[in-house]
Design a protein around this ligand. Structure first.
Ligand code: NAD
Ligand code: DAU
Length: 350
């Protein structure tokens, strides 16, 4: 099989490729990635010289570039991760989110529609987020039938992309599947996201900026569990169907930060009180969703998927990964990253 992965140099895409490329030597993989700030070729070192893997630097908003890579590779399966993924960036600059997440997804669908006939066993797998459902109150879970109600430009752009993917199935018969997953954490995540940001800031004794009161709840899932869930849906899921993925692990942000302080202290022989003192409550994110929580019974029942990591095991592995991959971390903390830190956190004093 020929498998095209978009956004494979980002956090989840790289974990997906690192898991599959060495295992599935009989399959060919091509990674189609623009290599934005969020990409890191260091995340692909373990596979980049394998004969069944290739990278093409393509911006999915460029239809000619997309056509060229489809003509070259003729994929049987497209696993679409590429996106602008960070909510705070979508608040400070939404345009790229509309372009990449909506127009880019549309270009890929068009490339498939133009080439695939209805009977040739191909698949477009769209990787999406639970944020399309908006915010929960204190109770309840997101189900696949929950109405879309996105809050941020990021989640609105992902919601639009889900709709267009589904429309291509209903209108043109394009074989698609969609997964909507909760918050991921684990190795190789860009440190603009909560967990790696807190780990690296704690290690270098920088402030730990907590939005609002830290009471927002997220359902955390270890990244390789997400990758395995996607693979199980590709293999076992029904065409045209949506599957929610979650870790059944709801935590308030403040609990996550406190846990990280504890583990970083243990792993670096530091007094935990010194790390707790770094916590700062700062101005909240506009439109900040209160709570996400997933009902993952459909993927469990139809695809047999269950997460294998608990938060305790996954979060310790994650801290250890950031502590022992200094070169990866150094590459990421470039001038571009420092500019982002000033822009996003500069005015956010508590
Ligand atoms: P990421 O930001 O770490 O990586 C995104 C990748 O997409 C990067 O390699 C980047 O270079 C590439 N990319 C961006 N714009 C592109 C363009 N125009 N053309 C080609 N490539 C482009 O993102 P991630 O956290 O790995 O998320 C991957 C996917 O999973 C996204 O679609 C996201 O919405 C979804 N998702 C993420 C999470 C999470 O917690 N991170 C949870 C659920 C769903
Ligand atoms: O739910 C899935 C989504 O999870 C994915 O679709 C997104 O791509 C991914 O970025 C993530 O979105 P969140 O906004 O939930 O993740 P983030 O790591 O930015 O924030 C997690 C929580 O922590 C959120 O409530 C905001 C809060 N936060 C975040 C940062 C960066 C802070 O309190 N301080 C911070 O500095």
């Amino acid at each position: 099989m020929k498998i095209m992965v978009t956004g494979g140099a980002g956090f989840i895409g790289a974990n997906f490729l690192n898991g599959l490329v060495p295992e599935l030597r009989e399959h060919q993989f091509i990674n189609v990635d623009k290599l934005t700030y969020a990409a890191n070729l260091g995340s692909l070192k373990a596979i980049d010289s394998l004969p069944n893997y290739a990278l093409r630097r393509v911006d999915i908003t460029d239809m000619d570039g997309v056509d060229a890579v489809f003509d070259e590779f003729d994929p049987d399966l497209v696993v679409h991760f590429a996106a602008e993924s960070h909510v705070d960036r979508s608040i400070l600059g939404p345009r790229e989110f509309v372009r990449t997440n909506i127009e880019g997804t549309f270009n890929l669908l068009e490339a498939c529609r133009k080439r695939w006939s209805g009977d040739d066993n191909r698949l477009f797998h769209h990787v999406s987020t639970d944020e399309v459902y908006g915010s929960l109150g204190d109770t309840g879970l997101f189900e696949e039938t929950t109405a879309y109600d996105p809050s941020s430009p990021y989640s609105a752009s992902k919601a639009a992309s889900d709709h267009i993917v589904r429309a291509y199935h209903r209108t043109f018969g394009l074989p698609i599947k969609i997964t909507n997953c909760s918050n991921n954490y684990g190795p190789m995540q860009f440190p603009e996201k909560l967990i790696p940001l807190m780990i690296l800031n704690a290690v270098s004794r920088k402030p730990l900026p907590i939005y609002g009161q830290g009471l927002n709840v997220r359902d955390w899932l270890y990244v390789t569990d997400h990758c395995e869930a996607i693979w199980s849906v590709i293999q076992e899921g029904r065409v045209g169907r949506t599957y929610n993925i979650g870790g059944n692990n709801e935590m308030q942000n403040i609990e996550v930060v406190d846990t990280l302080c504890q583990i970083v202290a243990e792993e670096t022989n530091t007094d935990v009180a010194e790390l707790h003192a770094l916590k700062e409550f700062v101005t909240d994110r506009p439109g900040h969703d209160l709570r996400y929580a997933i009902d993952a019974s459909r993927i469990r029942e139809e695809c047999g998927w269950e997460p294998t990591e608990t938060f305790d095991t996954g979060i310790r592995k994650t801290v250890q990964w950031y502590l022992s991959n200094q070169a990866w971390v150094r590459d990421v903390l470039s001038g571009e990253y420092r500019k982002w830190m000033d822009l996003n956190y500069g005015d956010r004093a508590g």
